[in-house]
Design a protein around this ligand. Structure first.
Ligand code: UFG
Length: 316
């Protein structure tokens, strides 16, 4: 297929673009490099540096079989302080992309949605039919885009799949996580181990969890990429399918730090700090629907493997 990958210079987008190329697809990446890196664009890919909403009409007019839409603003804290950037950067841009797809007759869309669309869960593991009550503008904008996609599928026959990522980690070859502003636990812990960050705070040790720290469902970025390939194959005209992507197993923040110590051989000093606003105690996916309907089975579910791959990338 000829595929447009928005945000293909970012962490998840670059891994997925690399896997798409390896699977024989023709890939064009569009990315404004606001958070991505040009050297993360895989070989064999045409790269267009541009705003996705502005570039989409002319690009899609060339004729594409589908779009994988990764480009987004994705920092929860930033979204609370500067919501306008998120509503414009995520929702307005996505609406422009959807209209350009309709205009050009692009048949398929795979969209990067998020566990943040659910907010504080009533029950874990979280199923796709759980209430969507995002607790921050980041999650609210992703949910708004999901709603827009549903109506475009209903009205215009778009074949769409939204994938709701839980905590993505790990790396693939030269493609990994390197955000200028890093807020995610595993890269921060590994920065302490590598000496590029001085200290680590674990936010909260008084949660109602077995060891008092938050529990998250870590999914290897390569398993995540596999799900995108399956989603492209399973997208069906006039339907918007939504799947959670996690492993169904949670690891506590303490367990993550301890595993990082084991993988790196570094003591990684950590101190406990007050809870971070808006952090749910436990976020674990039910991945049953993705298994049943996409045939997706994550293979790198072991935290040690995920962290080892992230560490190799950190040490490059
Ligand atoms: N944490 C620390 N110290 C740090 C950084 C994080 O203790 O320096 C903790 C957090 O408080 C949280 C856990 O590590 O308990 C995981 O935090 P991350 O920031 O790595 O990930 P989140 O679970 O907050 O975020 C994930 C996705 C987001 C999504 C969110 C939904 O990465 O895209 O889940 O709540 F919005």
């Amino acid at each position: 297929m000829k595929l447009l990958v928005t945000g293909g210079a970012g962490y998840i987008g670059s891994v997925c673009a690399a896997r798409l190329v390896e699977s024989g697809h023709e890939v064009v990446v569009v990315d404004d490099l606001s958070t991505g890196h040009e050297d993360a664009v895989p070989d064999g890919v045409r790269f267009v540096r541009a705003d996705v909403g502005e570039a989409a009409p002319a690009l899609l007019a060339e004729g594409f079989d589908g779009v994988l839409h990764f480009a987004a603003k994705s920092l929860v804290g930033e979204s609370m302080q500067d919501p306008g950037t998120y509503w414009t950067g995520n929702v307005v841009t996505s609406l422009r992309l959807l209209d350009a797809m309709r205009e050009a007759g692009t048949p398929r869309l795979v969209f990067s949605s998020t566990a943040a669309t659910y907010g504080e869960p009533e029950r874990v593991p979280i199923v796709e039919s759980a209430p969507t009550r995002p607790t921050n503008p980041y999650g609210a904008t992703k949910l708004a885009i999901d709603h827009a996609i549903t109506s475009y599928a209903d009205a215009h026959g778009l074949a769409a799949v939204s994938l709701r990522y839980f905590n993505v980690a790990g790396a693939y070859s030269r493609f990994g996580e390197r955000h200028t502003t890093e807020t995610h636990l595993i890269p921060i812990v590994l920065q302490v181990a590598s000496g590029t960050r001085r200290s680590l705070s674990i936010y909260g040790d008084d949660y109602p969890t077995p060891d008092g720290t938050c529990v998250r469902d870590y999914i290897h970025v390569l398993d995540l990429a596999d799900a995108h390939l399956l989603a492209l194959d399973h997208a069906a005209e006039g339907s918007h399918q939504i799947y959670n992507l996690g492993t169904g197993t949670g690891f506590s923040n303490r367990a993550v730090v301890q595993t990082c110590r084991e993988v790196t051989g570094h003591p990684i000093p950590a101190e406990f700090a007050p809870r971070r606003a808006g952090d749910p105690a436990v976020l674990v996916a039910s991945a049953d629907a993705a298994a049943e309907h996409l045939g997706w089975k994550p293979e790198r579910t072991d935290l040690h493997t995920i962290i080892t791959d992230a560490w190799e990338f950190t040490c490059r």
